[in-house]
Ligand binder design. Structure first.
Ligand code: GDP
Ligand code: MN
Length: 379
């Protein structure tokens, strides 16, 4: 789970990394008052869990509280890479002398962390990394040894950052370990004209496996940006929205993952991942189908169930139940196999819905669903 910039800023502050004075606002009027309290001149920043806000027009200087109100009105509601801005942060502007990039990220393949730093931070860091990879320094960090003041100084030196950045680099590491983060990124970490080192932006990704002991962010960080994911989460469904056209529902993460692959192999794109889990009830199936069908991108739905603990007749009952509440307007391809498959198929045959088709194999079902999605696209 990612934190918003203003939340990352709070953590930076707590660990002694300097940040500009700032406040958040949910409305333009609040932004005006906040700007007033901050001294008038402020940077207005969209709070969305995606990067590139500056380039998208989501980071703007306002010279007085009235301008801050206007700017906030413009930025609030803005769409940045599919994320709607619902909050802005107003920060005291900093006179920048130099912008650096600094992060620690988990390198899963190598089983360790990487310190990544560059003296060429700022909005063009991706381009720098692509065109001048030598300008971005990567140093492996042994998780058992961590980042000592000596290591932090070595990272700064290797990346061409001034030695005054070393304390911030060490504190960022403390944040990574103590806050159970998988990624801590500051871009830009700046040297102000006063010589002070400040974090002007922050991205922190927390490890979801540590949620049980990182209760501080409560539901705020758990907030789903996607409304369908939010609905699914509220119903306790294991749902991830993707951007294809074939809705996929299955039991067991492994089966659903392979179903996504098979759909892709048939030339279509999966619209979602939805694992109804083991021992799924008719209600879970009905909830799942409702969520998947609510996605306007979905053209066909593929239900792939291998009955084990979950019996196929319960799944079929769930589908029939869902058909009572959801008006099916898109083809539904169902493949039931395993525990009580024959009974499950018989239930669906008896329901005889014109848009529900059955297939006996996973490949056959995926091919059918993919073909129907493509046909539907032609309509
Ligand atoms: P991002 O585009 O989502 O990464 O948003 P950032 O918070 O990193 O802001 C983008 C850019 O705006 C930064 O790289 C800075 O160049 C600039 N910026 C942000 N805050 C300030 C500030 O206080 N003073 C100045 N001069 N520039 C700022
Ligand atoms: Mn940034």
């Amino acid at each position: 789970m990612d934190l918003y910039e203003y939340q990352a800023r709070e953590i930076f502050q707590q660990y002694g990394i300097a940040v500009p004075e700032a406040e958040t606002a949910d409305t333009a009027r609040e932004a005006r008052h906040a700007a007033d309290r901050l001294g008038g001149r402020v940077i207005v920043k969209a709070q969305v869990k995606t990067g590139g806000r500056g380039k998208a027009g989501g980071v703007k200087l306002a010279t007085d509280p009235a301008a801050a109100e206007l700017t906030a009105r413009h930025i609030l509601g803005m769409d940045i890479k599919g994320h709607t801005v619902r909050k802005v942060m107003l920060a005291q502007p900093v006179d920048i002398d130099a912008e650096y990039y600094a992060s620690y990220a988990l390198d899963r393949a190598a089983g360790r962390f990487l310190a990544i730093a560059s003296a060429h931070g700022g909005m063009d860091i991706e381009e720098v990394a692509a065109t001048r990879p030598e300008a971005v320094t990567r140093i492996p960090v042994d998780p058992a040894e961590g980042v000592t003041p000596t290591t932090a100084a070595a990272i700064a030196t290797a990346a061409g950052l001034p030695p005054t950045t070393a304390p911030a680099l060490q504190r960022l590491w403390q944040i990574l370990t103590k806050e159970d983060a998988l990624l801590v990124e500051v871009n830009p970490l700046v040297r102000a004209t006063t010589g002070d080192i400040l974090a002007l932006d922050g991205k922190i990704t927390l490890d979801d496996n540590a949620r049980f002991r990182q209760t501080r962010w409560g539901d705020s960080a758990r907030t789903h940006d996607d409304p369908l994911e939010a609905t699914a989460a509220a119903k306790g469904l294991n749902y991830v929205r993707l951007d294809g056209e074939v809705g996929v529902i299955g039991n067991g993460a492994g089966l659903v993952m392979s179903t996504l692959d098979v759909v892709a192999g048939c030339g279509a794109r999966p619209a979602n991942f939805l694992d109804i889990g083991g021992g799924a009830s008719a209600q879970v199936m009905a909830d799942g189908l409702t969520v998947v069908l609510a996605d306007p991108g979905v053209r066909t739905v593929l239900v792939n169930v291998f009955g084990g603990i979950t019996a196929c007749d319960a799944v079929a009952d769930g589908i029939v139940k869902a058909l009572e509440t959801v008006r099916l307007t898109k083809p539904l391809v169902v493949r039931l196999d395993g525990n009580n498959a024959a009974r499950g198929r018989a239930i669906l045959d008896a329901r005889a819905h014109p848009l529900v088709q059955q297939a006996t194999t996973m490949d056959g079902a995926a091919r059918r669903a993919a073909a129907l999605a493509t046909d539907a696209a032609a309509v």
